[in-house]
Design a protein around this ligand. Structure first.
Ligand code: ZN
Length: 304
């Protein structure tokens, strides 16, 4: 009996069970990498894509379990962002054997910028030299990442090269459509200024489309309480620039945005930075493209 138990345990731990003999696995720490790999491998029976972060969970608080660390070591492709939210990866990669795993740091695939402090923002206690990790919020960065991931995925399963290439092309086209739509909204908009009564993980997005912004906190600052000074700065901005919409990000309590809205009569809308999605949206198979399509609606109202 004991012997059987040990054998079963070994099978589970080493991942040599009969079920998953040939299936390759891709693991992504966050939603963007997961979504892109899922789109590329759509309809493939050879590859399984997993997201470490649980749907609905706050990405910046995530820590991997020992079982998940084993899963990373056993994966064929491991995708992480390489910024603040998955800082733990650096240490894990030092401790595990990744000789059979292709490791991709998304921040190596595109041009990165440092987080910036704009007028009116709460200053953080820590030094402000962090690179902004929210690279995927620019659709053009998303395209660059997908092109790179496609090449790596073909390397782990060359037999399905045509499928992955076709899937990538389809997804890249959808993202190009989004990009065009955003450009046309910005081109014909009344204003180019956005106000976030929240954290600001959308630096790459606004830079891409030449938009200006004010926000309560830079990047994904850990602070959630804004000072009276910050709130009154944003209220004044909304009043003087006649701003119709205060934006808040996903999984936010929206308190700051609501406070500004109450004083100014502006409307609160969500702009989803696609860190993660709710369990309900995850079960529905909501994609990065779906999220951006919703953002386009908020953007249109906010700029007009
Ligand atoms: Zn963030």
């Amino acid at each position: 009996m004991k012997k059987i138990l040990i054998i079963l345990l070994l099978i589970t731990l080493t991942g040599c069970g009969i079920k998953n003999t040939n299936k390759k696995t891709i693991i992504s720490t966050g939603f963007a990498g997961y979504d892109f790999a899922r789109a590329i491998t759509k309809d493939s029976e050879n590859i399984e894509v997993k997201m470490l972060l649980k749907p609905g969970a706050e990405i910046h608080d995530y820590e991997p379990s020992p079982k998940e660390i084993v899963d990373i070591q056993n994966s064929d492709l491991f995708i992480y962002v390489g910024g603040e939210s998955d800082e733990w990866v650096k240490d894990v990669l030092k401790d595990i054997d990744t000789s059979k795993t292709k490791v991709i740091r998304l921040m190596d695939l595109v041009d990165v910028v440092k987080e910036e402090l704009v007028e009116g923002m709460e200053e953080e206690n820590e030094e402000h030299e962090e690179y902004d990790e929210h690279i995927w919020t620019s659709p053009l960065n998303a395209k660059e990442i997908i092109e790179n991931l496609n090449k790596e995925i073909i390397k782990i399963d060359p037999n399905n090269k045509n499928l992955y290439t076709k899937n990538s092309e389809n997804y890249l086209n959808e993202i190009s459509d989004i990009d065009k739509e955003i450009r046309s909204i910005v081109d014909s908009a009344k204003r180019t200024e956005l106000i976030f009564g929240d954290r600001f993980p959308l630096r790459y997005f606004v830079d891409e489309y030449g938009l200006s912004y004010y926000a309560a906190f830079p990047g994904c600052s850990e602070s959630t309480e804004a000072s009276a000074k910050t709130i009154s700065f944003l209220i004044n901005k909304v009043k003087t620039d006649d701003i119709p919409v205060i934006l808040k990000i996903e999984l936010s309590n929206g308190k700051i945005a609501e406070a500004i809205a109450k004083e100014t009569g502006a409307k609160v809308l969500e702009f989803n930075a696609a860190h993660n999605i709710s369990q309900e949206d995850f079960d529905k198979g909501i994609t990065y493209v779906d999220i951006m399509r919703n953002n386009i609606k908020s953007l249109k109202e906010a700029l007009n």
